[in-house]
Write a protein that binds this ligand. Structure first.
Ligand code: FAD
Length: 380
């Protein structure tokens, strides 16, 4: 029976461990933290948005989107739901296609994994930070905290560089670099945008269901409808996270603060009732800011409401980002995400150079690549 070492006890590592153990492999799962699945338990604001019914490669950024498409065709959203439900849960989509556990508790998904890993006798080692993987005959020697484990194949599922408080500080890329892999440039994605101070002054804490447009040199780059939350130095929320995948320093953001009401109706209401009526139309602080900025001019009021301008200055960086853009290029792996540089070395999850939009796409990538790696190992 082949022995498999999986490095990283996140969504990808735990899934791959379950899939391989179900195929009859002897699996060791090595996690540097004190517990498995800490990041998974925090996903989707603690509710665990595991996938999306609108699953397609266009939702991903990668050096090889066609390979992403082929992998998703092998293990897509329905497969994810089937896989997770095979461990005991029930998963349901919301009105926007985002799939969550019925109980809306991400930690319950981690519990499903822990229970299944125990049932399948996977050797789980926590507080086992892997600091070396070296070739040993046809297999590998994996070292962690002075201990050594020999395996026939390795799955490197150690995540990216985003959200270091969950054990992902970017140091695991070096384990792949030792085999001659490169790392496509890393940047934070799905992250709060820092904007010009004047734009967000007085708006901290205000949340709207807005329509956000990113504009670069007069050209619209993308637009997203959803939550826009004003913070002390920028904007956050669902629509912003999605836009953050596209926005760059210097871009303009235009927020329609009231997308459900058209301009003509707004104009008519303000004309009849005066600018103070805004206090009943949008949150108080927002109304006051818009009125202040319009400087008493009715012709400025409506454009501010329908297209509130902000300038992007930066993002909040890796520590506050949900995912990492960049990583091990897909071009350096085969269809099962096995290294082209070293047979038996597989990759799964965020460590690879593919990241998705907000909405369940990144967990789907973890499950998809775990499946492909498990299939690849079965073919060794
Ligand atoms: C707050 C937050 C909310 C999110 N919400 C969603 C969401 O709702 N939907 C969605 O699709 N995506 C979401 N994401 C993104 C998603 O969680 C990740 O893309 C996904 O978990 C990546 O899975 P992974 O297994 O590849 O890596 P991770 O989950 O990051 O797991 C990697 C594991 O490897 C361990 N590790 C690292 N180095 C070593 C080493 N040397 N030795 C041993 N272990 C090591 C780490 O401790 C970690 O546990 C969210 C992310 C964050 C931070």
């Amino acid at each position: 029976m082949l022995k498999i070492a999986i490095i990283g006890g996140g969504a990808a590592g735990m899934s791959c461990a379950v899939m391989l153990a179900r195929k009859g492999f002897s699996v060791a799962l090595l996690e540097r933290g004190a517990r498995l699945g800490r990041k998974l338990s925090a996903t989707g604001n603690g509710q665990g948005n595991v996938t999306n019914t609108d699953m397609r490669a266009e939702k991903y950024f990668s050096d090889d989107r066609d390979k992403v498409a082929r992998a998703l065709a092998r293990f897509g959203a329905e497969d994810t739901v089937r896989f997770l439900e095979s461990m005991g849960g029930i998963f349901l989509p919301d009105e926007r296609g985002r799939v969550y556990p019925a109980g809306r508790q991400a930690s319950a998904i981690t519990d499903l994994f822990r229970r299944e890993l125990a049932r399948l006798n996977v050797a789980v080692r926590t507080e086992a930070r892997v600091d070396g993987i070296v070739r040993s005959g046809d297999g590998f020697r994996v070292t962690f905290g002075g201990e050594t484990l020999c395996s026939d194949a390795v799955v490197l599922a150690a995540g990216g560089k985003a959200a270091a408080n969950f054990g992902t500080d970017g140091t695991a890329y070096a384990l792949a670099e030792n085999f001659g892999h490169t790392v496509a440039p890393l940047s934070p994605a799905l992250v709060q945008l820092v904007c010009d101070r004047e734009g967000v002054r007085g708006l901290k804490g205000i949340r709207v269901d807005g329509l956000l447009r990113v504009v670069r040199r007069g050209e619209e780059v993308c637009r997203f409808r959803g939550d826009v939350l004003f913070t002390d130095n920028g904007v956050s929320g669902d629509a912003v996270f999605r836009a953050s995948s596209y926005a760059r320093k210097g871009d303009m953001l235009f927020v329609d603060l009231l997308p459900a009401v058209d301009e003509a109706r707004l104009r008519q209401t303000v004309k009849g009732a005066g600018e103070d009526c805004l206090l009943c139309i949008v949150p108080n602080g927002l109304a006051r800011t818009v009125i202040r900025k319009a400087e008493g001019r009715a012709d400025k009021l409506i454009p501010l409401l329908k297209s509130y301008p902000l300038t992007v200055e930066s993002t909040l960086g890796f520590d506050r980002a949900q995912v990492t853009r960049g990583g091990i290029p897909l071009s350096e792996t085969d269809e099962n995400f096995m290294s082209k540089k070293r047979k038996g070395l597989f990759f799964a999850g965020e460590i690879l150079n593919a990241d998705g939009e907000c909405g369940g796409y990144n967990l789907q990538w973890a499950f998809t690549t775990a499946h492909c790696a498990a299939e690849g190992i079965a073919q060794l």
